[in-house]
Write a protein that binds this ligand. Structure first.
Ligand code: FAD
Length: 495
C-alpha cells in the first residue's frame, strides 16, 4: 500500500493532520493501534449514561476563536456544536483551608472585575497578570496567524515560571492560588511551568469556554465524516512497530505488528516521543537526541470516578469544581493522601446533548505508572492488590468530596472507576499520563521537524496539551511540510 502521507495515531492531532494533508491533495492514511479512532477522547456508556473521558471542555471555540477558525478551515464547523459553559463561573475554585470560594468567569473584562472585587488592593497585580497572559497567548504561532507577530523559533524553556511571575506581583496566597488553578489543564506545577506555556493553555479559557454536543464522541463523528469525504484511509487495530528509514536518512514507509507494510515518504508521528525510540532504527537518531527523548518527564496520571446523580436538580450547572486543601496548587507526586490532593469535578450530561445532568466525573491527579514515586504508584492490573487498592482509592475520593462539600452528600452512585493503569491501556501511552510529556522549565521537548527526512512530529507533547494544543501541533507539523506562510494565509481567510 502506497501513500503520500502516513500518519501514526488517530488522536486529535493525527486526525487534524490527516484532514489538512488530504485537503491539500495528499493521498493520506492514518494508522491507529486501538480498535477505534480517538481512544483518548472517545468516552463510554454505562447504565445508559454517556461519560466523557479525555475531553470535557475547551477554550478558543467561540466565533472567530482559534478552534472555530481551525474547524472552518478543516470543513468541519457544521458538524461541531459548541455548548457554552457558565460565563459567570465556569470553574469554581473552592479552598478548604482557609475556606474560600471563587467562581472563575470568562471574558477578560469579567475576570478583571471579579478578581478586583474579591481581592481589593490587588488591582494592579490582576491587570498586569491578565495583560501578560493575553500577550503571551496571542503571540503563539497558529493562535496568532500573522507571521510577523508570532515566531516559529525555538520554544521558551527557561522561564520565568508562573510561580515567579505571581510572586513578583502579589503576596496574596489566595489570589496566587486562583491564578494557578488552571495548572491542572497542563499538568505542571506553578514553579515548573514556563509562564508562556501556562498562558497558552489558561489564556484560551479566559476568552470563552465550551463543551461540545456529543462530547468526545461528537468530535470524533465530525472527524470521521470529513475524513470519509476526503477519501482518507483509516486503519484501526494497526500498531506501528517500525518506521523504515533508508541509508539516505529518509523515511520510506511503516511496518505494523501484523506484518503489513505501508509505503510513503512523508510520515507524521503523533506518538508519545519516547515510543518513537522503539520504532526507528537505532542509527536514525543521534545518541544525544535519543538520550533527550529518554529523559523527558511525563505529566501525572489520575484516578477517575464516574458517578450517576441521584435526587433532584443539577449539582454543577455548566461549571466544574476545583476542590483544594489549601490555596497552593498541590503537586500530584508529593502525597498519597487524597485529602491533600486537588479534586476536579465535572458535570455529565448523560446523553452528551447538554440537556439533563445525569452524573459527575471526579478526577484525582495521581502519579503515572512509570513514576519514580513507587510507593504511591498503582499495583499492576490483574494483581491481587489491584482491585482492592482501586476500590479503596475510589472510596477515599468520594468520601473526601462528600465530607468537604455537603451538596454532594447522598447525591452520587459510583458507576465506574479508572486508574493510571486503565489510562495507559486505553490511550496506548507509555505511562498513562494525562497530557503526555510535561512542558516545563529546562525540559526541551522535541520539535516538529526531525533530522530524518520526511519524519515530522505532532501531538500534545510537542506543542501543548488539550484539544487546542493537539490541533495546533498538527498545523505546525503540516506547516513544516506545506509551508507555514501558505497555511497561515489560508487560515486567515477563515478568520
Ligand atoms: C482524563 C483526561 C481528561 C482530559 N480533559 C480534557 C479537556 O477537558 N479538554 C481538553 O482540551 N483536553 C483534555 N484532555 C487532554 C486531551 O485529551 C489530550 O491533550 C489530547 O486528546 C491529545 O491528543 P493527541 O493526538 O496528542 O494524543 P493521543 O490522543 O494520545 O493520540 C495518539 C494516538 O496514537 C495511538 N497509538 C499509540 N501507539 C501507537 C502505535 N504504535 N501505532 C499506532 N497508533 C498508536 C494511540 O492509541 C492514540 O490514539 C484530557 C486528557 C485526559 C487523559
Amino acid at each position: 500500500m502506497k501513500y503520500d502521507c502516513l500518519i501514526i495515531g488517530a488522536g486529535l492531532s493525527g486526525l487534524t493532520a490527516a484532514v489538512i494533508m488530504a485537503q491539500k491533495g495528499y493521498q493520506t492514511a492514518v494508522l491507529e493501534k486501538s480498535p477505534h479512532i480517538g481512544p483518548t477522547i472517545r468516552g463510554f456508556r454505562r447504565e445508559g449514561i454517556f461519560f466523557d473521558t479525555g475531553f470535557h471542555y475547551t477554550g478558543a471555540l467561540h466565533d472567530g476563536g482559534p478552534l472555530d477558525i481551525f474547524f472552518r478551515y478543516l470543513g468541519m464547523r457544521d458538524g461541531i456544536e459548541p455548548i457554552p459553559y457558565n460565563p459567570d463561573g465556569f470553574d469554581i475554585f473552592r479552598c478548604l483551608d482557609p475556606p474560600f470560594e471563587f467562581p472563575f468567569p470568562y471574558g477578560y473584562h469579567r475576570i478583571r472585575e471579579r478578581l478586583a472585587a474579591a481581592f481589593p488592593g490587588e488591582e494592579r497585580a490582576v491587570d498586569s497578570y491578565l495583560q501578560q497572559v493575553r500577550e503571551a497567548y496571542r503571540s503563539k504561532p497558529y493562535i496568532n496567524l500573522d507571521p510577523a507577530r508570532s515566531s516559529l523559533g525555538l520554544p521558551i524553556v527557561n522561564g520565568p515560571s508562573l510561580g515567579e511571575v505571581l510572586d513578583n506581583l502579589t503576596k496574596d496566597r489566595l489570589l496566587k492560588g486562583v491564578l494557578s488553578m488552571h495548572c491542572l489543564l497542563h499538568g505542571v506545577t506553578p514553579d515548573k511551568v514556563p509562564f508562556f506555556d501556562h498562558a497558552v493553555v489558561a489564556g484560551s479559557y479566559y476568552e470563552s469556554v465550551h463543551a461540545v454536543k456529543g462530547g468526545g464522541t461528537g468530535l470524533l463523528r465530525a472527524f470521521e465524516e470529513r475524513l470519509k469525504d476526503l477519501g482518507v484511509d483509516i486503519y484501526c487495530n494497526r500498531e506501528v512497530r517500525e518506521i523504515f528509514i533508508g541509508t539516505d536518512l529518509a523515511v520510506s514507509g511503516l511496518g505494523t505488528a501484523g506484518g503489513e507494510r505501508f509505503e510513503g515518504r512523508c510520515c507524521i508521528s503523533t506518538l508519545h516521543p519516547q515510543q518513537l525510540l522503539g520504532i526507528v532504527p537505532r542509527e536514525a537518531f543521534r545518541p544525544s537526541y535519543r538520550r533527550r527523548l529518554e529523559e523527558l518527564e511525563d505529566t501525572c496520571s489520575a484516578v477517575i470516578v464516574f458517578a450517576r446523580l441521584r435526587g433532584e436538580g443539577p449539582l454543577l450547572d455548566r461549571a466544574n469544581l476545583f476542590l483544594l486543601p489549601h490555596p497552593e496548587f498541590p503537586d500530584p507526586d508529593e502525597t498519597e493522601e487524597v485529602e491533600q490532593k486537588l479534586l476536579f469535578v465535572s458535570p455529565v450530561y448523560g446523553d452528551g446533548e447538554g440537556a439533563v445532568q445525569e452524573g459527575v466525573v471526579v478526577i484525582c491527579p495521581f502519579p503515572h505508572t512509570g513514576s519514580r514515586n513507587r510507593s504511591s504508584s498503582f499495583p499492576e492490573e490483574g494483581s491481587s492488590h489491584y482491585d482492592s487498592f482501586k476500590k479503596e482509592m475510589c472510596g477515599r475520593i468520594m468520601g473526601h468530596l462528600e465530607a468537604s462539600c455537603p451538596e454532594f452528600r447522598e447525591r452520587m452512585t459510583v458507576v465506574e472507576c479508572s486508574t493510571p493503569r486503565t489510562l495507559k491501556r486505553f490511550t496506548n501511552s507509555p505511562f498513562g499520563s494525562l497530557y503526555g510529556v510535561k512542558h516545563q522549565i529546562d525540559q526541551i521537548n522535541p520539535l516538529p521537524v526531525t533530522k530524518v527526512k520526511g519524519l515530522f512530529l505532532a501531538g500534545q507533547s510537542i506543542i501543548a496539551p488539550g484539544m487546542l494544543g493537539a490541533m495546533i501541533s498538527a498545523f505546525v507539523a503540516c506547516g513544516a511540510i506545506l509551508g507555514h506562510d501558505r497555511l497561515r494565509k489560508e487560515l486567515r481567510s477563515w478568520a
